[in-house]
Write a protein that binds this ligand. Structure first.
Ligand SMILES: [Zn+2]
Length: 253
């Protein structure tokens, strides 16, 4: 590896730090496209090669993801998230879902023990938003609303590690969730309205056992739906995550 001058290295380092901050702050949200290279050159006031090098470094850690002929997208909002997602891409959906289930059960328990009035208001709002998206038959909005609901539960648990871990699991499982919701499974999805409401009711009542039971009921239904969405005759190549994988995926696996 050729040596680089200190000035150059630290300039790239500074740009990397700035980009990491933009991603961490949600200025560049996960799943979104970052500004095009000329825009970055102008706003950051650095050379094109510096921008390229910084982007390449963040692609390498897995925070950014280039898509051929499209642009560069944000894949994870931290190194930690990138590492978790890298690992999850090598896991079977059900394996990842089982671990998400453990996080969700604990999140519901701790939320029931630690929630504030603000947390409760946020949960009720998230639940209403989820119902609204369902009634409008807007699949994308419904998935977003469901993920937002569960993140709100995780936030109410007041454990930053759990919340962050949960966030990365749900990002990684978004494609799976899309596969489940797109299938004609109205009954099992509809049942989950009860489970979601039960989680909030238990959190409101500060009843950790009921919260855990409700989270478990939700997860059992979701896992059944996941199994139903993955019939044995479906070729692995047709799996949703494989379809969504980027061409450069193997480099980071
Ligand atoms: Zn849900």
């Amino acid at each position: 590896m050729p040596l680089r001058s200190t000035a150059r290295t630290s300039l790239v380092g500074l740009v990397i730090e700035q980009m990491e901050q933009l991603i961490a702050d949600g200025e560049w949200p996960v799943g979104g496209k970052i500004p095009a290279e000329p825009v970055l050159v102008e706003t950051l006031d650095v050379g094109r090669n510096t921008v390229r090098e910084a982007v390449r470094a963040l692609v390498h850690t897995g925070m950014l993801e280039p898509r051929q002929g499209d642009g560069t997208y944000v894949r994870a909002n931290s190194d930690f998230g990138a590492a978790v997602q890298r690992r999850l891409r090598r896991a079977a959906d059900l394996e990842a879902y089982e671990v998400r289930a453990s996080l969700e059960r604990d999140a519901a328990r701790y939320a029931a023990l630690r929630r504030t009035d603000d947390d409760l208001a946020a949960l009720r709002a998230a639940l209403a938003e989820r119902d609204r998206a369902w009634e409008n038959s807007d699949v994308c909005a419904f998935i977003d609303a469901d993920m937002h609901f569960h993140r709100t539960v995780a936030a109410a648990a007041h454990n930053s590690v759990l919340a962050e871990l949960y966030e990365h699991f749900s990002d990684a499982l978004r494609a799976t969730l899309q596969a489940v919701v797109r299938r004609p499974l109205p009954d099992s999805v509809r049942h989950q309205f009860d489970a979601h409401t039960a989680i909030v009711d238990a959190v409101e009542a500060r009843d950790p056992d009921a919260a855990e039971r409700a989270a478990l009921a939700h997860l059992t239904e979701a896992m059944d739906a996941l199994r139903a969405a993955r019939p044995d005759d479906e070729a692995p190549a047709a799996a949703p995550r494989a379809r969504e994988a980027s061409p450069g995926e193997e480099d980071h696996a």
